[in-house]
Design a protein around this ligand. Structure first.
Ligand SMILES: [Fe+2]
Length: 281
């Protein structure tokens, strides 16, 4: 571990080239100690027992092998662990995921527990499906400190659901940010906050504006470094007021020509670097 002093005030830089994203922010209110954190972001594994599973499982095993070689501190899997959220699929997911060497944090996606509630959406998130997820994995949100960084995971399918668990998660989130000093924070969830514009309307692809605004206000106040999601089956990179908003490539199948793979996030003090890692089909 290095212990270097850095003097400059808040800066934010975003550089995207050849699949690398470097984001630098620094705030004199945070510790000047430099810690290094390496996170593998893995998303949309869609484990199932259908015709596609042979391909999806093969992709997943290749990703696990690459991640193990990369020697990361932690693996964050940002939802759509399975295709249908059944106990059998979760069991098969766990059979695969146990091969990661690093600790694994998981979050649910809409395929696991149901779509976010929006208008006449079918297959909405339900207490019954969420109960199965909670029985298998425990709480569908988390906060862990790793190498001096706070990793906060959210169940983004819950926003707007009206379920009791949504209220419980908001209480957890406000407590984590407002009543504790969260320090340097990276947030993980399934749904992106937004895809193209921060003021875009709610859709199947994003978090609805009311919850997006509340989350972003919270993240701005606490100078969150990065918000990592999945769901789109293609990677996107946005920057909102110094917050790097990134959606990782999928493990199972890509859309819009997206290659399958994962992302290595390296955080050094207030600098976030993202390297996308693709696998051969
Ligand atoms: Fe997905």
């Amino acid at each position: 571990m290095n212990f270097l002093k850095i003097k400059s005030a808040w800066i934010a830089v975003l550089i995207v080239c050849f699949g690398f994203v470097i984001h630098a922010g620094e705030d004199s209110t945070h510790s000047n100690l430099i810690n290094i954190l390496r996170i593998a972001v893995v998303s949309d594994t869609h484990v199932n027992f259908g015709a596609n599973q042979q391909i999806y499982a093969s992709n997943f095993k290749k990703v696990i092998s690459q991640v193990n070689t990369a020697d990361v501190d932690v693996v964050a899997i940002t939802g759509d662990l399975t295709e249908n959220g059944t106990r059998q699929e979760y069991s098969e997911f766990q059979n695969l995921v146990k091969n990661f060497k690093a600790p694994v944090l998981v979050l649910p996606g809409n395929h696991d527990i149901g779509n976010k509630k929006q208008g006449k959406t079918t297959n909405e998130v339900s207490a019954e499906r969420l109960a199965i997820y909670h029985a298998v994995f425990g709480k569908s949100w988390f906060a862990f400190k790793v190498n001096g960084f706070k990793l906060i995971g959210l169940n983004s399918c819950l926003f707007g659901s009206g379920l009791d668990t949504e209220t419980e998660m908001w209480e957890f989130l406000r407590f984590t940010f407002e009543e504790q000093d969260p320090g340097r924070v990276l947030v993980f969830a399934h749904y992106p906050l937004f895809v193209d514009r921060v003021d875009e309307p709610g859709s199947y692809s994003n978090i609805d504006p009311a919850y997006r605004s509340e989350l972003l206000a919270l993240f701005q106040r606490h100078k969150v470094l990065c918000y990592c999601s999945g769901h789109l089956h293609r990677s996107i990179t946005n920057n909102f007021d110094g917050i790097l908003c990134y959606s990782a490539p999928p493990v199972s199948y890509g859309l819009s020509g997206q290659k399958v793979g994962w992302a290595l996030i390296t955080v050094s003090n207030m600098v976030v670097r993202i390297e996308q890692k693709f696998i051969a089909p």
